[in-house]
Design a protein around this ligand. Sequence first.
Ligand SMILES: NC(=O)c1ccc[n+]([C@@H]2O[C@H](COP(=O)([O-])OP(=O)(O)OC[C@H]3O[C@@H](n4cnc5c(N)ncnc54)[C@H](O)[C@@H]3O)[C@@H](O)[C@H]2O)c1
Length: 263
Amino acid sequence: MDLRLGDRPVIVTGGGAGIGAAIALLLANEGAVPVIFDRQPLAAGFEAELRSAQPRSLVFQLDVRDDAACIRAVADTVQALGGIAGLVNNAGANDHVGLDAGVPAFSASLQLNLVSVYRLAHLCLPHLRASRGAIVNIGSKTAVTGQGGTSAYVAAKAAMLGLTREWALDLRGHGIRVNCVIPAETWTPMYASELARSPDPAAARAAIERHIPLGGRMTRADEIARAVVFHLSDAASHTTGQWLFVDGGYTHLDRMAQGIATG
Ligand SMILES: NC(=O)c1ccc[n+]([C@@H]2O[C@H](COP(=O)([O-])OP(=O)(O)OC[C@H]3O[C@@H](n4cnc5c(N)ncnc54)[C@H](O)[C@@H]3O)[C@@H](O)[C@H]2O)c1
């Protein structure tokens, strides 16, 4: 299948590590031009791999909560690459801001997990209209299951599901497609640091994996990336407003009916 992504500039927020890095690398390998917005510098090995796959890749070290920095980076991207054909809203953190935390902490979490998503879509909009581009939001299964103790993150990810539908309608006249790819248990630095909070991280990981119906294992970041890149490409030319769970059946399948997860 020809994804026909060649030379298309695609912004990936949080593209420096984990799921975002896998998306950026796959885009580069498909001939697109990844443009990473990340607050951390890239690991040297990852940057070398990215640039060898796509020498025109761009990296902006910025915080997606910083309006002025995002405005500058979007303008610089357009100047350097001639436009923007895709946006992946991936930066986010399951930051455990629960009901006890209070309004300032709740609002601060929404700045990262929700407001930045609107910010980037807003800033990229004229360029996506010009390119008839695509947006992919990276959600979380917690939007439909809850998690406990993480009100702000869940609120943001649930809003992302709504915005995916809202923007798909809003932007259909410009040929812009908007979809949401939803991970559940994907092995990334964020996940590793979550598990590191438990007394026995290896046992905690095994306990989770036992409940993942397909394969009894975590999703890999490259498996999320493939779904995202599909939605960015012309192969998804009539797919919009959709929520796709890439999670080995973890969110929806009846695990009791299957007995145990099988490999
Ligand atoms: N890993 C999972 O199992 C899982 C499950 C559900 C949803 N998700 C979602 O997937 C997305 C990526 O998660 P991940 O596990 O790869 O996370 P990660 O922490 O491993 O990587 C996130 C990247 O985003 C960057 N980032 C964070 N805050 C930023 C900011 N303010 N400005 C710019 N960059 C910033 C980080 O520097 C990092 O490079 C997140 O939106 C997360 O909520 C992940």
